[in-house]
Write a protein that binds this ligand. Structure first.
Ligand SMILES: *[C@@H]1O[C@H](CO)[C@@H](O)[C@H](O)[C@H]1NC(C)=O
Ligand SMILES: *[C@@H]1O[C@H](CO)[C@@H](O)[C@H](O)[C@H]1NC(C)=O
Ligand SMILES: *[C@@H]1O[C@H](CO)[C@@H](O)[C@H](O)[C@H]1NC(C)=O
Ligand SMILES: *[C@@H]1O[C@H](CO)[C@@H](O)[C@H](O)[C@H]1NC(C)=O
Ligand SMILES: *[C@@H]1O[C@H](CO)[C@@H](O)[C@H](O)[C@H]1NC(C)=O
Ligand SMILES: *[C@@H]1O[C@H](CO)[C@@H](O)[C@H](O)[C@H]1NC(C)=O
Ligand SMILES: *[C@@H]1O[C@H](CO)[C@@H](O)[C@H](O)[C@H]1NC(C)=O
Ligand SMILES: *[C@@H]1O[C@H](CO)[C@@H](O)[C@H](O)[C@H]1NC(C)=O
Ligand SMILES: *[C@@H]1O[C@H](CO)[C@@H](O)[C@H](O)[C@H]1NC(C)=O
Ligand SMILES: *[C@@H]1O[C@H](CO)[C@@H](O)[C@H](O)[C@H]1NC(C)=O
Ligand SMILES: *[C@@H]1O[C@H](CO)[C@@H](O)[C@H](O)[C@H]1NC(C)=O
Ligand SMILES: *[C@@H]1O[C@H](CO)[C@@H](O)[C@H](O)[C@H]1NC(C)=O
Length: 412
């Protein structure tokens, strides 16, 4: 029997495409020759039952993911080649392959997640290890070529959505490196993806709640230590189709009193999830670029189930780039700022300050302020300078006037 040696090279591949999250490199070997190699980024949106409600969490495939030597294999007469990347506490992503001699494809895609992991699934009312599968994911390429897909592609696996981006992979390899001949996926060939087309009927505006939202304090604690600090007022602007097929645009303030925060912190990725009364789950993922030592908001997801929604509204964009700041500092923006996530979903932030990395005390580190704040700071300075100038002119005019009238008295 052959002894399979599976190993993972953990390489954070730096790429600037869409400001996306980092890719993880995974390799399955038999002896010293590589049979499957994959570089990819993956975000999982997983729904689970928490006490009395359904919650959704957003999990990124971390760079600590390693090929599981027990399950992964280069395949044999009776088994298919299988790449299994294990991460965290009992979670795993699996890709199994098949070929007909001229083409190879991903035969099935599996995601295993461990609901006992309270850091990822807070309040789960089950402790099961769940496995979901999707066959026919449509990832295929000619043998001896590398499958490449930089665009994001989402696959529905029962209770989870798997979104891949920046994929480069090859199975049935004959050398140890990815083939330079690339088979580019359809999504990458189209020049620009058409934006989600909205229904042509004019949206019915729903009255905006009076005033800006209240500022909430949302921090994340891991291992009894606060690892992410956040305070902000949030307003969600969502466009959806209601029960009567009308397009509704709703602007809703997040109420801090009804909202709980959770999340997790890793070296290069931090997650903040806000849950308001089982009807709204908002997730932010921050990514640290260790080359530039800058972090930014890289992914946002919203799952909402509001009174007029016929089904859950779900919106995810794993390639945003907002709230940029430097490691060791917090990001601050007191002025209103709009984060456009999708054509149907944007977030207005108010009095925001966040620090997703390098939290060493319970206080924010010194802040880097957004441009709007810096510009607004200039206004009082300009007004102040103008006032000071005016005062000076009046004073000079007064002194001149006084001198003149004084001189007048002396001539008498
Ligand atoms: C990280 O920063 C470096 C330098 O600014 C840049 O070249 C690189 O593309 C960035 N990586 C990512 C993943 O954004
Ligand atoms: C939640 O629990 C209900 C009832 O047990 C079950 O039907 C449903 O599939 C569960 N949902 C998830 C996401 O596990
Ligand atoms: C878990 O929650 C779901 C609904 O949220 C409920 O239907 C189910 O019975 C619960 N399961 C357990 C084991 O409590
Ligand atoms: C998916 O592929 C793996 C590896 O070939 C196999 O063990 C598993 O049974 C497959 N699952 C399904 C549902 O086809
Ligand atoms: C699931 O998570 C729990 C808690 O983190 C851990 O004790 C358990 O070993 C994990 N299960 C697997 C299969 O890894
Ligand atoms: C492999 O499958 C493709 C697509 O189904 C087909 O066009 C091709 O002829 C097949 N090749 C062989 C050798 O069967
Ligand atoms: C793939 O490359 C190997 C080695 O270069 C060669 O033996 C094999 O015939 C090639 N297969 C195809 C389908 O081109
Ligand atoms: C991929 O990202 C683009 C731009 O951020 C977004 O509009 C689109 O909905 C995403 N597609 C998928 C399948 O997630
Ligand atoms: C929690 O802290 C303990 C002791 O400092 C450490 O051994 C453990 O790895 C930490 N766990 C996590 C998830 O950071
Ligand atoms: C909500 O979004 C729509 C469409 O993007 C925009 O026209 C509208 O001004 C936004 N409303 C608020 C209060 O931000
Ligand atoms: C809503 O519109 C779609 C397509 O325009 C139509 O197929 C559907 O029947 C409509 N549903 C209702 C409840 O009117
Ligand atoms: C974190 O948030 C909780 C609840 O919102 C609060 O009780 C706690 O004091 C906060 N901790 C810090 C360090 O801000």
């Amino acid at each position: 029997m052959k002894v399979f040696h599976a190993s993972a090279a953990l390489v954070v591949v730096l790429f600037g495409v869409l400001g996306g999250i980092h890719a993880v490199t995974l390799e399955v070997k038999e002896g010293s020759s590589t049979c499957i190699k994959a570089e990819l980024s993956a975000v999982f949106s997983i729904s689970y039952n928490a006490s009395g409600s359904m919650r959704t969490v957003l999990v990124t495939l971390p760079d600590s993911a390693t090929v599981d030597p027990g399950s992964s294999s280069c395949g044999s007469e009776i088994s298919a080649p299988w790449l299994v990347a294990a991460f965290g506490s009992g979670h795993a992503l699996g890709l199994s392959f098949s070929t007909n001699g001229s083409l190879y494809s991903v035969a099935n895609l599996t995601l295993q997640y461990n609901l006992s992991d309270a850091a990822v699934f807070p309040g789960a009312n089950s402790s099961d290890v769940v496995t979901v599968v999707s066959a026919s994911v449509g990832i295929w390429a000619p043998v001896n070529t590398t499958y490449r897909c930089l665009s994001n592609a989402t696959f529905r696996l029962d209770t989870a959505d798997v979104t891949f981006s920046n994929i480069k992979l090859q199975a049935y390899m004959t050398g140890n490196d990815l083939s330079p001949n690339e088979s580019v996926c359809f999504a990458d060939q189209t020049p620009t993806p058409a934006p989600t087309r909205l229904p042509t009927t004019a949206p019915v505006p729903v009255p905006t709640p009076a005033g800006p939202p209240e500022q909430g304090i949302y921090n994340v604690t891991q291992n009894n230590t606060v690892c992410l600090l956040a305070q902000m007022g949030l307003q969600l602007n969502v466009t959806y189709t209601d029960q009567n097929n009308k397009t509704v645009q709703e602007v809703v303030n997040v109420n801090p009193d009804l909202t709980s925060s959770s999340g997790s912190c890793q070296a290069k990725s931090a997650t903040l999830t806000l849950t308001q009364e089982q009807t709204t789950t908002l997730t932010f993922i921050f990514t640290l670029n260790s080359t530039s030592n800058k972090y930014y908001l890289s992914a946002v997801s919203l799952v909402a189930n509001w009174p007029n929604m016929p089904a859950n509204f779900s919106a995810t964009n794993a390639s945003v780039n907002y709230l940029r700041s430097s490691f060791g500092h917090s990001y601050m923006c007191n002025a209103e700022q709009t984060l456009v996530i999708l054509p149907t979903f944007s977030i207005n932030t108010f009095r925001l300050q966040v620090q997703p990395f390098g939290v060493t005390t319970t206080q924010f580190a010194s802040a880097e302020e957004c441009q709007i704040d810096q510009d607004q700071m200039l206004i009082p300075i300009i007004v102040g300078a103008a006032l000071a100038g005016l005062v000076l002119i009046v004073l000079i005019a007064y002194l001149i006037g006084r001198k003149r009238s004084h001189a007048g008295y002396q001539t008498i």
